[in-house]
Design a protein around this ligand. Structure first.
Ligand code: GLN
Length: 560
């Protein structure tokens, strides 16, 4: 049977959670036994988000095959079992790049190359390609309906409906129903306008996912249904929830999946959502809390570390804990007026995530030194592994000016240097060590114990590597190189034996963590951090007990 398509568009404003909506629909369809894939089209001109600042775009999610993609693909992989590739994320830039290459080759045989049909054909071709071996392809169109730049994508999905018919295509529109406090009312007008916008391009939405902070009454639903020409039951309350992992359950409760299947004339078994229900129960009933300090450069914009934050949540959920993240601006740790200790003493574990460029590096080094010396669990990811090596070289091995050639090209001790295969490559787009690589773990190491196996595969996105010329010095100082590529070329993991948890990895484990399958390194790090919290509480209690038993006078002297 050929695949059927669900197209997800968004109206009124951006950031309505189209990606999460698409991922949650995928999750529900999988739970009914269907094989799904998800795909996203982004209307900007960059070929991929790899060259965009995290402040502009948020995290760059990396797939196994090394595609640098939109962060919504992270949601797709976390909510479903689909394995995404280069084919699952397209930008306008990449569509045009393909078309221009074909034009230069002469593939268009003298024709005038135009938006319709050439651009729309290229878009439809990309959709059909991912839909080959699945029952259902869920396709998200980025941007907001009405934007000039998303028009070719909307036109392409209109053509898909015309080609494949109603039974094989479904239009889901995510819209906003705001509550206006001054009037004490929910307002339907923005939704009406956004649907009108879609209609003017020839698309009648089938289902409206209405983002709102309160339940939509029957009256409001019928009003929206009437004005937007959809069935009453196709107006869905997509109410705000405290945890994103509740969205599939909310959608199931509102019967989104049942309705979609009816429109698509698909019959399936009833969904099995027991594992999600159990997960959400754990989300809302934690036994305690763990606090992780993330020392990074892009901390004022949480979307920059989307997968990282979720992977920590997964690690915490594995132990029934609530995660509290303390975002610590790395540059803030460089300031002399506030001690590093004052800024870090309240966190249970410290993490330095991936990043590029020199800003904040010295602050990260301060944070790492604090973690190493005070036995606070430390987890360094990519840049966080490189900075851990620099800190160790400087403060344990006495190589005072150790650095990465990324931050100081003239350093006498290039503990981290440019990937040997990239020497001489100056272009920035797509020129990194990207995607999944195998890594061998040393038996008995912290990493091997966490994974419970000796060979793993993890995703990468970096331009610099550990310089093996410093291996002898750092190992003599007590650093363990516990993971490397099978041929030994690249050092992938470093750790400090004897420390409760000190581990840096050159790859990004956060891209493979899922709520139902927490990544072993994240759960091990959270566990160590929680144990650190208990240890600190225990010693604080002991101090308090001791204080309580001391004579009054002595107590006053101690505290005063
Ligand atoms: N900037 C470092 C490199 O290019 C680290 C990259 C990262 O953390 N993703 O190797």
């Amino acid at each position: 049977m050929a695949a059927k398509y669900i197209f997800v568009t968004g109206g009124v404003v951006s950031s309505l959670g189209k990606g999460l909506a698409a991922a949650s629909i995928g999750c529900l369809m999988e739970s009914r036994g269907l094989k799904v894939t998800l795909q996203k089209f982004d209307p900007y001109l960059n070929v991929d988000p790899g060259t965009m600042s995290p402040f502009q775009h948020g995290e760059v999610f990396v797939t196994d095959d090394g595609a640098e993609t939109d962060l919504d693909l992270g949601h797709y992989e976390r909510f479903t079992h689909t394995k995404l590739t280069h084919d699952n994320n397209w930008t306008t830039g990449r569509i045009y790049e393909t078309i221009i290459a074909k034009e230069r080759r002469g593939d268009y045989l003298g024709k005038t190359v135009q938006v319709i049909p050439h651009v729309t054909n290229e878009i439809k071709g990309a959709m059909k390609k991912v839909a080959q071996e699945v029952d259902l392809a869920i396709i998200e169109i980025g941007g907001t309906v009405g934007d000039i730049e998303s028009l070719p994508f909307i036109e392409a999905i209109r053509q898909m409906r015309q080609e494949l018919g109603r039974e094989n295509t479904l239009f889901v529109h995510v819209t906003l129903v705001p509550y206006i406090a001054a009037a004490g009312e929910l307002k339907t007008k923005p939704t009406q306008h956004s649907v009108k916008e879609l209609l003017s391009i020839g698309i009648q939405p089938d289902i409206l996912l209405c983002r709102t902070d309160r339940f939509l009454s029957k009256d409001i639903k019928s009003k929206i249904a009437l004005f937007c020409n959809v069935e009453n039951e196709a107006v869905i309350t997509a109410k705000d929830v405290a945890s994103i992992y509740e969205v599939p359950l909310v959608f199931a409760h509102e019967q989104v999946d049942r309705l979609a299947l009816r429109y698509l004339r698909l019959e399936t078994r009833e969904p099995d959502l027991s594992r999600w229900e159990e997960l959400v129960h754990r989300v809302y009933n934690p036994k305690d809390e763990v606090t992780i300090g993330i020392v990074g450069k892009y901390v004022e914009y949480e979307d920059s570390y989307k997968s990282l934050k979720e992977a920590l949540v997964h690690g915490a959920l594995a132990y029934n804990l609530k995660l509290s993240v303390n975002w610590i601006e790395a540059e803030g740790l460089e300031q002399k007026d506030q001690s590093v200790q004052a800024q870090l003493e309240h966190v249970d574990g410290i993490l330095v995530p991936g990043g590029f460029g020199k800003r904040g590096i010295e602050g990260m080094l301060q944070g790492i030194q604090y973690a190493r010396e005070n036995m606070v669990p430390y987890f360094g990811i990519c840049l966080g592994m490189q900075t851990a090596c620099i800190e160790f070289a400087r403060n344990v091995c006495g190589l005072e000016q150790a650095n990465s050639s990324e931050f100081d090209p003239a350093t006498p001790h290039r503990v981290i240097y440019k990937l040997r295969e990239l020497r001489g490559v100056e272009e920035l787009g797509g020129t990194m060590r990207l995607g999944a690589w195998t890594c061998k773990l040393e038996a008995g190491s912290l990493a091997q114990q966490a994974y419970g196996q000796t060979e793993i595969s993890e995703r990468h996105r970096h331009r610099y590597e550990f310089n093996r010329e410093y291996e002898t010095a750092l190992v003599a100082g007590g650093l363990r190189l516990s993971g490397a590529t099978p041929d030994g070329t690249y050092v992938e993991i470093v750790e400090i034996p004897g420390h409760p948890f000190f581990l840096g990895c050159q790859f990004h484990p956060e891209f493979k963590s899922k709520p139902l399958e927490p990544h072993p390194l994240f759960s091990a790090f959270v566990k160590a951090s929680y144990e650190n919290k208990l240890r600190r509480e225990h010693s604080r209690n002991e101090v308090e007990v001791e204080m309580f038993h001391r004579p009054e006078k002595q107590r006053l002297t101690t505290s005063g």
